[in-house]
Design a binder for this molecule. Sequence first.
Ligand SMILES: Cc1cc2nc3c(=O)[nH]c(=O)nc-3n(C[C@H](O)[C@H](O)[C@H](O)COP(=O)(O)OP(=O)(O)OC[C@H]3O[C@@H](n4cnc5c(N)ncnc54)[C@H](O)[C@@H]3O)c2cc1C
Length: 388
Amino acid sequence: MNGPTRSAYRVIVVGAGIVGLYTAYHLARAGAGPVLVVDRGFLSSGASGRNGGGVRQQWETRATVRLARESVAAYRRFGTEFGYNVWFRQSGYLFVAETEAELARLRGVHELVVSEGLPSEVLDAAAVARRVEGIAPGAVVGGTYLATDGTLYPFPAVWGLYEAVRALGVEVVLGVEVLGVEASAGRVAAVTTRSGRVEAPTVVNAAGGWSGELSGRAGLAVPNVATRHEIFATEPLKPFLDPMVVRASDGLYFSQTMRGEIVGGITLRDGAGVAGGMPSSPRFLREMSRALVRLVPRLGSVGVLRAWSGFYDDTPDGFPVIGEDPRCGGFVHANGFGGHGFMLAPAATLRVARAAMGEPIDLDPALVSPARFLSNDRPPSVERLQLG
Ligand SMILES: Cc1cc2nc3c(=O)[nH]c(=O)nc-3n(C[C@H](O)[C@H](O)[C@H](O)COP(=O)(O)OP(=O)(O)OC[C@H]3O[C@@H](n4cnc5c(N)ncnc54)[C@H](O)[C@@H]3O)c2cc1C
């Protein structure tokens, strides 16, 4: 039977998505000792194989801007570091506003981003129209544009990491589910799987949309909520669009891939939880198509080739959960990345790996530590720009 080769590891990472694999990479490079990555699915079966590949640094809080900026630098060097081309194309992210109130909000984002040294621009409606050929006249009042944001192909990123960690001696076992997490004297001791019990003093919860389920199996309730998001790809069109476009009002986002397809989605309030699986719905096709064609009418005649869905792993304050759980030593969270885990993973997982090795991390615990959910204090800050 497919299963781990050892009975004990220094660290077990649950989840072989971008977060789990990047964490394993940082751990291996730091010489953490034997590391096991275990996933019940196949490579890219979670959100890491189902996302829009958007990588942006425009955020409403400084902490997120910084993580994203560091991650952009990591994706720029991904090809040379891992020998896999993720086709990271820094062709910009364009947030568009339909009202002056939305534009004022985007201006606030712009000012923060500029104060972090990034070349954000505020655009009027005419400047937006120059970047989005065929945009409906009067559809927007303006927007913000950051040229160093961009898009990449998620699959080669996962494959590159998979190869890299194995070359560094990490064991990656696919098709094996972690059914439980055992603790002894307030510390993680082992995980249980159908292939047997595997010991480790540290377990990293990188289970994406299922992280709440896994924490629950460890007896550690968390407020993470999985929400299903759908996305589609159209037939290929002649290149006409450079940036990823995101509409502030409804979260409509779309970009044109290098193959010419329009890939995008929209925020639908669809209910929460993983129980319904990952289907696609006619409602999404209808609402997404309507929203897209309202903004760019000439896309009305374009055929949709495929649609799929995946889970965001949302937290109440929009920040990820990074660090050791105060209720159980060695249980380290690496989750709660909402719809933006791909773009934050390189930088965020460096901190996860340090936390897993018992080292201090340079992120404000009031923002990212799981401890924030255990107090009744109001969150000191909320990352609200959960769009696109
Ligand atoms: C439609 C859509 C569009 C998105 N667009 C973007 C975007 O443009 N940019 C961006 O940055 N992010 C985007 N995201 C979000 C991004 O994909 C995720 O935040 C990111 O992939 C999370 O990575 P992960 O490794 O934490 O989770 P996943 O990739 O979901 O991996 C978690 C893994 O854990 C495994 N697992 C779960 N439970 C267990 C268990 N008990 N035992 C063993 N294995 C288990 C699962 O099988 C899964 O493979 C999007 C997401 C979706 C759904």
